[in-house]
Design a protein around this ligand. Sequence first.
Ligand code: URA
Length: 451
Amino acid sequence: MNEPSQPAPAHASRTVDLIRKKRDGQELSRAEIDDLVAGYTSGKIPDYQISAWLMAAVVRGLSKAETAALTDSMLHSGEVLDLSEFPAPKIDKHSTGGVGDKTSLVLAPLAAAGGLVVPMISGRGLGHTGGTLDKLESIPGFQVGLSIVRFREVLRDCGCAMIGQTAEIAPADRKFYSLRDVTGTVESPYLICASIMSKKLAEGVDGLVLDVKTGSGAFMKTEEDAAFLAKLMVETGQRMGKKMVALITDMDQPLGLRVGNALEVEECLDVLRGRGPEDLRQLCLELAGWMLHLGGRSSTIDQAKKLADQLLRSGQALEKFRRMVELQGGDPAFIDDPQRLPQAKHSVDVASPRNGFIGAIQCEMVGTACVVLGGGREKKEDSVDPAVGIILHKKVSDRVSAGESLCTIHYNSETRAAQAKKLLQQSYQIVESPPAPRRLVHRIISAADAS
Ligand code: URA
């Protein structure tokens, strides 16, 4: 005889009613949000119903109470790590996502070289933006799916470890994140806040530096929207007793010169060798400075930035990166000889149609061009080609002559390369005189600004 089914909890809600409720702009209760998160994480609610609810949430927005409930529910969908066995301050950074935004690969080893513990849990590419895990996986052998036991061992050995969400840590975000990526439901400050803060608070950190991007390649296109999101996240972290700061940084053109997984790893290795493009180097020093400062390694932010610079120049940060790669199953030979990283079979230049200056680069299009090449996902189940991407030769304000190369496409499929080329041609705007320079760091939002 079949067992009688368990009675539904008193508050149990029909998913379709929760979709209707959000569609009509009403507020869901904590119990209703818990039902959605638990139902989707356990597989009881299908993708199509959560997609509909997410779209309603993007269009209607969430209240502060709903955002807090969603963050908390996703945070407690798995284990919340207790890292009190590590005496050093545990500080992480997270970015809202951008194009060529590769700072995590430099920052984790750099902050660890400065004496912090960095337990970094990252995501995959989302929409037109790249993901730290996809970049790390372009290093042959590198494992991002460590068990928590192994994660702790790596942290104990080298002070930093970089993994993805596991079945144990914020499993709800892992499922929501990959669904949002392919259903046009990324661009919501409330959903971004819940996604980022749930996985970051599950890491057991003492403090968090947030890199909130603004501009044509960011999810938050205007500085005002970025500041709104930054305050939401700083406030959420503070409520949980964490040291928080958010930097609103420029994403109106790609960061650095390389976009694409293995290409970006190579650029990070350059920065870890004390070289690399100036905008990327400067942003790494800013963010590492704030990590070291929150972790009590300096009394002023300027001292912290100088310390970060020394750690890069001395090779200590590179040594930490090499050790982390080795501990996470990667072959450190790729660090010494980046040419051995996956390389695309073909390359083609995109030429400037005329003389002038680069007035703007429509950054989201550059990110989309990389996705089109196979460097990101169009569908949830797509795999990523680690080798493909774009190397920029010209950035905003640079002078250019007709026929000169704006960028080079590295590709493995002619059809994809042709589509990417069209996007890149459209993304570059050539003007008669150079535009006014934009600042790399637009604003800093500290705990005092958010409360
Ligand atoms: N990064 C995340 O981790 N989540 C989002 O929703 C957006 C960027």
